[in-house]
Design a protein around this ligand. Structure first.
Ligand code: ZN
Length: 381
């Protein structure tokens, strides 16, 4: 099966072309054609009419969408999220769980294991908590917080593969936990933490190279104790996930992070909860009441931000507008860097031999088509 996308601008990390064409052969990008080259025959031709092709976005931190949350433990909910994430130009995501009881996590994992696979790809799970600092719970339910427990990770990993664990590195046994996760091929990431820089560094020495929702629910930068925010800025080889909704982080913080860290280790995430893609109003987040108004999801109890209603295509727009980076650079943070942080090969670029995961967007970042493994799975009209 050969699919030709005709007359698209291509914006891929380190590569830009105007009015090019892309040929998929089955699940692979077979060739990229520049203007003037004769177009090959194809089974399906998609007329892009000057839309911009970007590598499919990869959202490695997302709890839900369309009134469904992965922690609901319902297969229909997983299917709904999977199909609707395509509207954001996303081709791959890590379903992300909330700090919950082991039974609730088992149900969530089981529902993800039964995903129908018709939307975005879900290669593994991001386990956010329950190993977090009780003083930095944010919108995680404090009732289910517990200490790092590799046995729990092993049990859940039997149900569906865990690819990333977010935990507080300062908790007892945090450094051994890093070693144990890495031995299982799981990416450890610091989150919901009041770690001092020295506590971060103890885990860095064991291989910790990721920070979860950088700047949110972590020790801020102080000039005598630089905390996790300082650690992320200082160590440019540490991947930093960032919620670029202009509420969890202001435009200048986004600009600062990209300026100091460069474009190779910044990662766009949504951290979206069930209200993403839904009208504003009242929703539940892991048993906590949340009000969504003026584009922000906040706990009813104390107005703390409670996940987001951000979409990945909007995150990309916000980064381009906040930083002034060209789209072909900004898209690294939305596609290639998340893939690199998880050691996923052959995704995140529009390049010959890479997986045919591509989105077509217009100048307002509205997604017109999303292709997963070379198959058009979403069309705006
Ligand atoms: Zn969180």
């Amino acid at each position: 099966m050969r699919t030709l996308i005709r007359d698209c601008n291509i914006a891929s990390p380190g590569f830009e072309v105007k009015h090019g064409s892309i040929l998929f052969k089955d699940k692979i990008i077979y060739s990229i054609l520049t203007p003037g080259e004769s177009l090959p025959d194809a089974d399906i031709t998609v007329q892009a009419d000057g839309l911009t092709a970007i590598p499919g976005l990869i959202d490695i931190h997302c709890h839900g969408r369309n009134n469904c949350d992965f922690t609901d433990g319902k297969v229909e909910g997983v299917n709904t999220i999977g199909i609707n994430k395509l509207k954001e130009g996303v081709t791959m995501m890590l379903p992300t769980t909330l700090t919950q009881s082991e039974e609730a996590l088992e149900a969530a994992f089981d529902s993800i294991a039964h995903y129908n696979g018709k939307g975005v790809k879900m290669p593994g799970i991001h386990l956010e908590g329950p190993f977090i600092n009780p003083s930095e719970v944010g919108a995680q339910n404090p009732a289910f917080v517990r200490m790092p427990d590799i046995k729990l990770v092993e049990r859940l990993n039997q149900i569906y593969p865990i690819h990333k664990v977010s935990f507080a590195p300062e908790l007892p046994g945090g450094d051994t936990f890093v070693t144990d996760l890495l031995a299982m091929g799981i990416v450890p990431s610091a989150a919901h933490s009041s770690a001092k820089y020295s506590e971060f560094f103890r885990c860095y020495a064991k291989g910790l190279r990721n920070l979860t929702h950088f700047c949110n629910q972590m020790t801020p930068l102080h000039h005598r104790e630089i905390g996790l925010v300082g650690a992320g800025l200082l160590h440019t080889n540490v991947f930093a996930e960032m919620i670029c909704d202009l509420m969890h982080n202001g435009a200048n913080m986004i600009k600062l992070a990209f300026k100091v860290k460069g474009t190779d280790h910044m990662i766009l995430i949504t951290d979206a909860m069930r209200a993403a893609g839904m009208p504003e109003g009242e929703y539940d987040l892991g048993g906590l009441a949340v009000m969504v108004a003026a584009g922000a999801a906040r706990l009813k109890e104390n107005a703390a931000l409670a996940g987001s209603v951000l979409r990945m295509n909007v995150a990309l727009k916000n980064v381009v507008e906040s930083t002034g980076l060209p789209l072909s650079e900004a898209v690294r943070a939305g596609a290639l860097n998340p893939a690199h942080s998880l050691s996923y090969p052959n995704v995140g670029r529009i390049e010959t031999g890479f997986t045919a995961d591509v989105a077509l967007i217009d100048d307002n970042y509205i997604v017109h088509n999303t292709f997963v493994d070379g198959e058009m799975r979403y069309s705006l009209d």
